[in-house]
Ligand binder design. Structure first.
Ligand code: NA7
Length: 545
């Protein structure tokens, strides 16, 4: 077996490596560290952005902040990194996350093996050489035995194809490709399309400076207060003293967060007690609102109690009854679409300079030179349009890499009817290709750093095993892939998640995308156990040769 300690260059200028990693966000950075510094491989990371950070490099929109609590939204593998970093707020804002990831890149000396400003446009598997040939937009070529995608789940922006966008005389931006110099809304008429987690964070901030903000809402959303706050020294000390316990909780729960899901069901307590529990959780704020009862995502009746509570809060907060009704007219179960948390979102509709338009009742017909026209003919004027319209989630960023496996099989063809793979990690027909947080793994249903660390460590152990046993190739078997897709479907069906018909978990936000529930909903702890067992059984379900 050959290993190239340093990058070699073939006579045609192709860089020869052990591994190419695509993406330098949380996952690509950690994968580089493990393969290079633990296994001693030659590795090249290719990153489209000009800096580390992945999704956080691009998502610089007003109010951009993580919904996971800061002490749980970081790497846990290095005690040194944990000791030497201090978070300032309960939830980290985008600039602080970028500072954190740059701190990690410095400490682990990662940048020397990352090529920034480099977009991959093709990756072809050559069976005779058992190598992946990777081509970039600039025509550079890299060849590697292992190809690892670390492209994130929410990186390919979805700009709906509205007629007339090119005719718009003002400025328009997608939140996921926000200008680094920022956007000045002062005195401007702004229309924002979209009220997902991003839109709900952006509305209160844009409203502070815009002359007028018109929010165009298609699907009303539940949201719970985040209750963001600066962290006290006492809390930070407590966290540093309790990492083992905190990490044990994060690794043992369904969703990878640092809070446990309660053991009780919603109807184990009477109505008064349930209301008191919801009130306390509303005051505390955060994603743990869904952890109040363990049957919240499996029993419609239990879920209805939370849904009614939040709708009641919306009607209490929003003073104009017509606006309140549009916001509270929610027809999916609570948390079946990704549940946002917010800072003054509903309150913002009480401002004189903010209005809400229901574009489900009266859809957007076209973008005009001066604004947006609805199907009814109503016109809304704008100087700036903000697209908070989400992403071609989970599969979009993988499909646009131009991946072709054995016998000319493209990933696009293999996934024509939706993503089919084994454990979310490997696709049949694509040997030695690993997809970090791919569809079919818990990914977006989990606190991302936890999902990422588990995948990176599993892939690292797997590659170490291959090298230790002189195995050249690993590839998911067809039967194992079919069984896994079935397990992913069954796990989703056991919950209320598929009932949110407009959810991006199902690909429903992108017209023409196959409707398949993409993330594994069986829980991170169960998923981790399955992956460990597969490895312990000599990589059962994979072909090794
Ligand atoms: P989301 O959650 O996909 O939200 C996108 C929003 O844009 C949502 O309200 C959509 O309505 C709306 N949308 C999308 N297309 C249209 C069209 N054509 N017309 C009107 N409205 C539209 O993306 P986010 O960026 O907010 O959040 C993504 C994830 O990032 C988030 O869940 C966290 O995990 C972090 P819809 O609901 O599809 O009717």
């Amino acid at each position: 077996m050959t290993s190239l300690a340093t990058n070699a260059r073939a006579t045609d200028g192709t860089a020869e490596l052990d591994a190419v990693i695509i993406g330098a966000g949380f996952s690509g950075m950690y994968q580089l560290h493990t393969l290079r510094d633990r296994l001693g491989l030659s590795v090249q990371v290719l990153e489209a952005g000009e800096g580390v950070g992945g999704t956080w490099y691009w998502n610089r929109y007003p109010g951009a902040r993580c919904d996971s609590e800061s002490h749980s939204y970081c790497f846990s593998f290095s005690q040194e990194l944990l000791n030497d970093w201090e978070w300032s707020e309960r939830y980290p804002a985008q600039p602080e996350i970028i500072r954190y990831l740059n701190f990690v890149a410095d400490r682990l000396d990662l940048r020397r093996d990352v090529k920034f400003g480099t977009r991959v446009v093709a990756a072809d598997y050559d069976e005779s050489r058992n190598r992946w040939d990777v081509t970039t937009e600039a025509g550079e070529r890299f060849s590697a035995k292992y190809l690892i995608t670390a492209v994130g789940c929410l990186s390919t922006t979805n700009v709906p194809k509205f007629e007339g966008l090119e005719s718009f005389a003002g400025e328009w931006y997608h939140t996921g490709a926000w200008p680094h110099e920022g956007v000045d809304f002062t005195g401007k008429r702004v229309i924002q399309i979209g009220t997902g987690s991003t839109g709900i964070q952006a509305v209160p901030v844009i409203a502070e400076t815009a002359a007028h903000l018109t929010v165009m809402q298609r699907t009303p959303q539940f949201s719970v207060p985040a209750r963001n706050t600066p962290l006290t020294d006492e809390f930070r000390r407590w966290v540093k003293e309790h990492y083992p316990e905190i990490h044990e909780v994060m690794r043992g729960t369904t969703n990878g967060h640092s809070f446990r899901i309660m053991e009780r069901n919603a109807f184990d307590v009477d109505d008064d007690e349930r209301m008191a529990i919801y009130e306390a959780a509303w005051e505390k704020g955060g994603l743990q609102f869904r952890a109040n009862f363990k049957d919240m995502l499996t029993s419609k009746a239990a879920n209805d109690t939370a849904a009614e509570f939040i709708k009641h809060k919306i009607r209490q907060i929003v003073k104009d009854p017509a606006t309140a009704e549009k916001l509270a007219n929610i027809d999916h179960p609570y948390a079946a679409k990704r549940p946002p948390i917010d800072t003054n979102y509903f309150d913002t509709y009480n401002r004189d300079n903010v209005s809400l338009v229901d574009v489900r009742a009266d859809p957007i017909a076209a973008i005009t030179p001066t604004g947006i026209r609805l199907q009814s003919g109503a016109e809304h004027a704008a100087d700036i349009i903000v697209f908070a319209t989400g992403f071609d989630a989970m599969t979009g960023s993988l499909l646009r890499l131009g991946i072709t496996g054995r016998d000319g099989l493209t990933l696009a063809k293999a996934w024509e009817a939706g993503p089919r793979n084994y454990l979310g990690l490997q696709v049949a027909g694509f040997p030695n290709l690993f997809t970090i947080t791919g569809p079919g793994s818990p990914s977006v249903l989990c606190n991302m750093p936890v999902a990422i660390e588990q995948h990176v460590e599993w892939i690292t152990d797997c590659i170490a095993h291959l090298r230790g046993h002189e195995i050249e190739r690993i590839e998911a078997r067809d039967e194992a892939s079919d069984e896994w897709v079935q397990q992913v479907n069954e796990a989703a069906r056991a919950t209320l998640l598929p009932e949110a018909h407009s959810s991006w978990y199902l690909g429903a936000n992108v017209p023409g995308k196959p409707r398949v529930f993409m993330p594994y909903a069986g829980g991170m702890a169960r998923y981790r156990a399955i992956c460990d067992e597969v490895a312990a059984r000599d990589y059962e379900g994979f072909e090794l040769n």
